[in-house]
Design a protein around this ligand. Structure first.
Ligand SMILES: Cc1cc2nc3c(=O)[nH]c(=O)nc-3n(C[C@H](O)[C@H](O)[C@H](O)COP(=O)(O)OP(=O)(O)OC[C@H]3O[C@@H](n4cnc5c(N)ncnc54)[C@H](O)[C@@H]3O)c2cc1C
Length: 357
């Protein structure tokens, strides 16, 4: 795994700017598909590496150090794999895991009406017809929407929260994706995805009809920790860039690094990164309450990455705001951590629920 990650990092160090500018992975997509990294969390008997959340964090962190867009794509792919790992039947695993070792997966829950209030916002219809369901509707803000070969889709089969059902759907006729031009984590294949009369066999339902919320929440919760590790990587990238700049930039007869105010700014960031790293890896090693722990990690990661990016831009001065600047890219990437895979305020609701229970 280490070798694969090193190789990807080396390529991304060269290509991250281009991926960001084009909002497209380009030929890095093929490299990712052929590298073996997509099989990270796929069990070995299905051709994967059989690794867990800890290793998913290592990958999220390492890729986050170079490209937010690619890191996000891989983290969300792992989420689709995990949905199948946690909720798939043996038949579903045999059919779809091999496809997720070399192909990209995603999880499609959010719709135009909202992403936080899933129980009420999902209106994509899944109508039963014989042994199949017919899916009609649109998802939006879907990471990997442009690239995915396999979608885990939450659609409506009835009323309210118990009227949601999760399906594994292969890309094919009736599925069209439209790229979204977003501010940060560009190149993640973010798209709106339309499903028009897409026939899905009943055997592709995860767990059972009406269990879509369980699949969505049960998958998102633990995977917010690798998602947060990506934020750790972004924060580390910012700290390194800021330290390098401070050491080189001449001012007031020395360098910026000689100024104690600058040293303290960076020391504060380093302290927060250290704390975040320990939180993430201790949680990934032993998860006891994924809903709570995932929320804590995600709130902290967004906070630390945003602060690190802010300080890095500050240290780079006006040059940090140039669209060609690496810290400007990190600044845009960091904000995504507040919103994707559950908004910070919704994460706080999960923490509040725990402390008041
Ligand atoms: C880059 C990116 C990638 C994404 N990838 C995916 C993906 O792969 N699959 C997928 O299904 N979705 C994905 N999403 C969607 C994401 O999960 C939603 O954007 C997120 O859940 C918030 O939903 P919303 O955007 O509809 O905001 P809304 O639900 O409209 O909320 C807007 C804001 O209101 C506040 N708010 C909402 N509810 C509450 C509350 N109860 N209490 C207090 N404040 C609240 C929060 O500040 C929130 O940011 C992605 C989003 C982004 C930006």
């Amino acid at each position: 795994m280490q070798e694969v990650v090193e190789k990807l990092r080396a390529v991304l160090a060269e290509k991250a700017g281009e991926i960001d500018r084009n909002n497209d992975m380009g030929d890095v997509l093929d490299l990712i598909k052929s590298s073996g990294i997509l099989g990270l969390m796929v069990p070995e008997e299905f051709g994967g590496m059989g690794k867990g959340y800890y290793e998913a964090c290592v990958v999220g962190e390492e890729l986050g150090k170079v490209s937010g867009g690619v890191a996000h794509s891989v983290v969300v792919h792992n989420m689709a794999v995990d949905a199948l790992r946690l909720f798939g039947s043996e038949e579903q695993k045999s059919e779809f895991f091999p496809k997720l070792v070399r192909g990209i997966g995603t999880i499609a829950i959010t719709e135009g009406k909202g992403g936080s209030d899933v129980a009420n916002a999902v209106s994509m219809k899944a109508e039963k017809q014989g042994d199949s369901y017919i899916l009609n509707g649109s998802k939006t803000l879907i990471t990997n929407g442009m690239y995915a070969d396999v979608f885990v889709v939450v659609a409506r089969t009835g009323e309210g929260a118990k009227g949601l059902t999760a399906f594994v759907v292969e890309r094919g006729d009736g599925i069209t994706a439209t790229k979204i031009d977003l501010a940060g984590m560009r190149g993640s294949g973010l798209a709106s995805v339309r499903f028009e009369n897409v026939e899905v066999p009943e055997s592709n339902v995860l767990v059972g009809e009406g269990k879509g919320m369980r699949v969505a929440l049960g998958t998102l919760a633990p995977n917010r920790i690798p998602f947060s590790a990506m934020g750790l990587g972004i924060a580390e990238r910012c700290l390194n860039l800021a330290v390098e700049r401070a050491k080189k930039r001449k001012a007031f007869g020395g360098t910026l690094a000689d100024l104690q105010a600058v040293q303290f700014m960076l020391a504060d960031v380093a302290v927060e990164i250290e704390a975040l790293r320990r939180v993430i890896y201790s949680m990934a090693e032993k998860m006891e309450d994924p809903g709570y722990e995932g929320a804590v990690a995600k709130i902290l990661a967004a906070r630390v990455a945003k602060k690190a990016a802010d300080v890095a831009v500050e240290i780079h001065g006006g040059f940090g705001l140039l669209s060609s600047s690496e810290v400007e890219m990190a600044y845009r990437d960091a904000k995504v951590l507040d919103i994707a895979e559950g908004a910070t305020e919704v994460m706080k609701l999960l923490v509040a629920r725990k402390i008041f229970s």
